[in-house]
Structure formats: structure tokens, C-alpha cells
Design a protein around this ligand. Structure first.
Ligand code: AP5
Ligand code: MG
Length: 215
């Protein structure tokens, strides 16, 4: 099964993708995580995208399509993929459709996670991530355990905040979402692939709504 989690920054795409990995044995393909990994390992690609990401702008289609192509063609035997934060432009959506067709695969569902802007700002400014396993925390809704041990990997880890999780970059990220990514809602609706879930519900209730929407 191949699914896209579509939604603005902070909608909960990463949080729900990690759950689906556990529950359905799907592989999570997050272009944001791939780009951050390239930055951490200091590759040329990482250096090239650092400024763009920190400002909250989109990286070029060519770069992210290349990353996804590489993952899909090096098939690791996964049961299917959860696309998290990809596609983000119409060109990326077309490219993904073509790539899946080349591989004899199809898209099974696009889940639009709807969350209003006020909640997005509150969520993002309260987010932190386990540097060891990537588990996502939130000061309000999922606080870091007081003993500093990650509830997912069991390690005494460092919990980091993202460089683009500040008010200024967030404004740019939201604008990029409305201008460049939101046209995908109509694109997938017209294809009959779209299901919308209320992303303002609790994490468990969002997971339950996604379950209902999936084939
Ligand atoms: P990316 O990493 O994809 O960031 P994003 O789209 O801005 O989304 P986020 O990761 O911020 O949010 P999320 O929806 O995953 O929410 P999360 O689950 O963490 O992209 C970063 C940058 O990389 C882009 O700006 C761009 O530069 C570049 N890039 C990446 N992909 C690209 C592409 N395809 N094309 C071009 N450029 C690309 O949750 C957020 C917080 O809320 C957490 O604290 C979480 O605990 C909490 N939370 C989650 N669910 C709930 C809930 N139901 N209730 C309460 N709190 C919740
Ligand atoms: Mg994410």
C-alpha cells in the first residue's frame, strides 16, 4: 500500500507516519528527514539546501524527486510507502505518479490532515525530537520524559529543536504550503484519491480516522 500524508507544517504527518510504520510495516519516506540527514552528515547536498530549509522555503523539485527516485528504485522489500512531506508541488506529484507507474505500483490513498494555523504555530514552537531515534515530542501534548529517557528507543538521549521551528521561518513555510502545496488538494480530489481527516483531534483519534480512510 502506498499513501501520501498531506498537510501543512506541524499537521502531524511525521507523528502519524511513524505509527503507520509500526502498524502496517510500511516504510516512511520523509523528504524533510532525508534533507536533514544530509545536513547532519555534511554532504554537498546538505550544504546546498541548508539556507533554503532554515528560511522555510522549498528545496528544488529536482533535488527532492531525485531523493525519492533513489529510495523507490532501491526497493528494500517494504510492504509499501508512506510519503511524508512529499509531494509538495504539482511537478512533484506528477513525478511521483510516473515513478510509481514505472515500478508497476499505484497510489492507494492521499490523507489530507487539516489543522488551523493557530494550532500549527503552537505545535511547532513546542516540538522537540529524540536525536537518537527521531521520536517526536511536544512540550504540551507529549512532553519529554522527566528522566530524559526516550519512550521509543529507551536511550538517554538528547532532544533537539529544529532550526526552522521559529516564528519567522514558520511564516514562510505556511506561505509555501498555501501557495505551492495546497493545489495538490484539488489535484488528488479530482483523481478520487483524497480523504480528509481532522488533524486537531488527539493523536490517537487522528490515527483512528486515518485507519478508517485507508483501504
Ligand atoms: P518537513 O520536515 O517535511 O517539515 P514540514 O512539512 O514543515 O512539516 P513538519 O515536519 O514541521 O510537521 P509534521 O506534519 O511532520 O508534524 P509533526 O508530526 O512533527 O520539511 C522541512 C523543510 O524541508 C521544508 O521547509 C523544505 O525546505 C524542505 N522540504 C522537505 N520536503 C520537501 C519537498 N517535498 N519539496 C521541497 N522542499 C522540501 O508534529 C508537530 C508537533 O505537533 C509535534 O510536537 C507533535 O508531537 C505535535 N502533534 C502531532 N500530532 C498532534 C495532535 N494530534 N495533537 C497535538 N499535538 C500533535
Ligand atoms: Mg515532519
Amino acid at each position: 500500500m502506498n499513501i501520501i500524508l498531506l498537510g501543512p507544517p506541524g499537521a502531524g504527518k511525521g507523528t502519524q507516519a511513524r505509527r503507520l510504520v509500526e502498524e502496517r510495516n510500511l516504510a516512511q519516506l520523509s523528504t524533510g528527514d532525508m534533507l536533514r540527514a544530509a545536513r547532519t552528515s555534511g554532504t554537498e547536498l546538505g550544504k546546498m539546501v541548508a539556507g533554503v530549509m532554515d528560511r522555510g522555503e522549498l528545496v528544488t523539485d529536482e533535488i527532492v524527486i531525485g531523493l525519492i527516485r533513489e529510495q523507490l528504485t532501491n526497493d528494500d522489500g517494504a510492504n509499501g510507502y508512506i510519503f511524508d512531506g512529499f509531494p509538495r508541488t504539482l511537478a512533484q506529484a506528477d513525478a511521483l505518479g510516473n515513478l510509481l507507474a514505472e515500478l508497476g505500483e499505484k497510489l492507494d490513498r492521499v490523507i489530507l490532515m487539516e489543522v488551523d494555523d493557530e494550532a500549527l504555530v503552537a505545535r511547532i514552537t513546542a516540538r522537540s525530537t529524540c536525536a537518537n531515534c527521531g521520536e517526536v515530542y511536544n512540550d504540551q501534548t507529549k512532553p519529554i520524559p522527566s528522566d530524559g529517557v526516550c519512550s521509543n528507543c529507551g536511550e538517554k538521549a538528547e532532544f533537539t529543536r529544529r532550526a526552522d521551528d521559529n516564528e519567522e521561518s514558520l511564516k514562510t513555510r505556511l506561505l509555501a504550503y498555501y501557495k505551492q502545496t495546497s493545489p495538490l488538494v484539488g489535484y488528488y480530489y479530482a483523481k478520487g484519491d483524497l480523504s480528509t481527516v481532522d488533524g486537531l483531534q488527539s493523536m490517537d483519534d487522528v490515527a483512528a480516522s486515518i485507519k478508517v480512510a485507508l483501504p
